[in-house]
Ligand binder design. Structure first.
Ligand code: FMN
Length: 364
């Protein structure tokens, strides 16, 4: 691992180490994977306008998210079933996030429960919620997350039905038999169906996820928890306004790592529309394709309050467990620090729209 110098290198090594069915599940996107490529490519259409001679001998990367101080604006997105990548799975991710002083978001479909993740020690953690048809299960789980010390709910709103991930269909994806959705242990919901003629996860989601989810439910969620709610999966100004009206405490501009609707824009392209509609009322975060410190800077310059990373976590887990995830967070931290220095910014507040020029800007 000593020779790894950037985040993307973890993927190639993970591909060699993981069984094909598991690697494909982590790596793939929906249908033509146009959005998957675009999530990365769009960052390359944003260039810097660095400022020079600004005394960058001291640089402060710290920030505050929903009232919590963290070391850098780089956090961990929820990704399901991390024990497929490494036996320590979510435990390793939680420890790495906490060592780096940043936030981990635990998936509803994790292979470790909210209580188990809490038992790894102190750390600021969010819980990602899939709303199931069985609202009793949802209510109990949200309350368990709250009691286990989780600080916010990231409500995923882009998945009424699972996107068509062709690799999973071809592989007849299913969770290895020794693993379960640990948050649902003891309920009838812990396991994926045995072999289906489809993706096992797609069939599971079709059976359990509540497709009737709507804005009223965002209000309902606030009646069962006092935790702040981040709406994860907004990419338009219209929905940003509705999220604010529904009482959201923040928005995550996300296309689910390009695993849901193909041919939606890259999140970095959709970001400014959402930021403008939010009008500073609530913070806007971004995930999707963040692999470089320069990507983090670009997102902040376009108005994000922070970013989340998904695949780099599962790939680095596969390479070296907790140490792998620590290394990914360290590389991104150091690259972001460097970008700030070379752009002449000493704190996140100094990062402005004028530090970048995008392909969609008018010529200056
Ligand atoms: N998003 C959720 O809201 N809940 C999940 O359980 C979940 N599982 C995921 C599993 C995998 C393997 C991947 C790649 C993504 C998953 N996502 C899930 C989406 C991520 O939270 C995030 O939006 C996305 O991975 C960010 O893009 P990136 O992978 O390019 O960083």
């Amino acid at each position: 691992m000593d020779l790894i110098t950037n985040v993307s290198e973890f993927e190639a090594i993970a591909k060699q180490k993981l069984p094909k069915m598991i690697y494909d599940y982590y790596a793939s996107g929906a249908e033509d994977e146009w959005t998957l490529k675009e999530n990365r490519n769009a960052f390359s259409r944003i260039l810097f306008r660095p400022r020079i001679l600004r005394d960058v001998s001291k640089i402060d990367l710290t920030t505050n998210v929903l009232g919590f101080d963290i070391s850098m604006p780089i956090m961990i997105a929820p990704t399901a079933m991390q024990k497929m990548a490494h036996p320590q799975g979510e435990y390793a991710t939680a420890r790495a996030a906490s060592a780096a002083g940043t936030i981990m978001t635990l998936s509803s479909w994790a292979t470790s429960s909210v209580e188990e993740v809490a038992s790894t020690g102190p750390g600021i953690r969010f819980f990602q919620l899939y709303v199931l048809k069985n609202r009793n299960v949802v209510t109990q789980l949200v309350r368990r997350a709250e009691s286990a010390g989780f600080k916010a709910i990231a409500l995923t709103v882009d998945t009424p039905i699972l996107g068509r991930r062709e690799a999973d269909i071809k592989n007849r994806f299913t969770m290895p038999p020794h693993l379960i959705f640990k948050n649902y242990e003891g309920l009838d919901l812990g396991k994926l169906d045995k072999k289906t003629d489809d993706s096992g996860l797609a069939s599971y989601a079709a059976g359990q996820v509540d497709r009737s989810l709507n804005w009223e439910d965002v209000k309902w969620l606030q009646t069962i928890t006092s935790l702040p709610i981040l709406v994860k999966g907004v990419i338009t100004s219209e929905d940003t306004k509705l999220a604010i009206q529904a009482g959201a405490s923040g928005i995550i501009v996300s296309n689910h790592g390009a695993r849901q609707l193909d041919y939606v824009p890259a999140t970095i392209t959709a970001l400014e529309e959402v930021v403008k509609a939010a009008g500073g009322k609530i913070p806007v975060f971004l995930d999707g394709g963040v692999r470089r410190g320069t990507d983090v800077f670009k997102a902040l310059a376009l108005g994000a309050s922070g970013v989340f990373i998904g695949r780099p976590v599962v790939f680095s887990l596969a390479v070296d467990g907790e140490a792998g995830v620590r290394k990914v967070l360290e590389i991104l931290h150091d690259e972001f620090h460097l970008t700030m220095a070379l752009c002449g910014c000493r704190s996140l507040k100094e990062i402005t729209r004028d530090h970048v020029v995008t392909e969609w800007d008018r010529p200056r």
